[in-house]
Design a protein around this ligand. Sequence first.
Ligand SMILES: Nc1nc2c([nH]c(=O)n2[C@@H]2O[C@H](COP(=O)(O)OP(=O)(O)OP(=O)(O)O)[C@@H](O)[C@H]2O)c(=O)[nH]1
Ligand SMILES: [Mg+2]
Length: 132
Amino acid sequence: MQRIEVAVGVIMDDTGRLLVGQRVVEDHYFNKWEFPGGKIEAGESVSSALDREFREEVGISVTVSKPLIELEHDYPDRHVRLHVHLISQFSGEVTPLEGQALAWVNFDELEKLDFLAGNQPIIEALKARYGT
Ligand SMILES: Nc1nc2c([nH]c(=O)n2[C@@H]2O[C@H](COP(=O)(O)OP(=O)(O)OP(=O)(O)O)[C@@H](O)[C@H]2O)c(=O)[nH]1
Ligand SMILES: [Mg+2]
């Protein structure tokens, strides 16, 4: 199965809360929580894919990001490689442009969300870096 390259962005606010979104009904794995992002198009860098996806889904432009973790996950129907960046600067107001729920959550709340199965290593990496 061909591996799908995906850009995923994590934003932390001043109080340590993380921006998460809930996948909308037509989506693959609807209702699961995720970090915003999407498929990288041919010839695109991770940073430019992130900026495009965040403009489309969250209404902000990503100006500074750096890699956090890269991982592969095999779902029954698709194999993905997630290029996860920490976003440290953006412009605009966070707005759910696709009718999805968006929420700012702390680590305790994050652990209770029904996340996409592939996301556990991202959560572990965030906890290792910022968690208590
Ligand atoms: N955005 C995002 N995708 C993730 C995460 N974790 C994870 O396994 N994925 C997988 O990455 C794949 C691509 O992401 P996506 O569905 O957001 O792609 P997209 O925005 O380009 O959507 P589209 O193809 O419907 O236009 C999905 O199969 C999804 O299951 C995550 O935290 N965020
Ligand atoms: Mg998406």
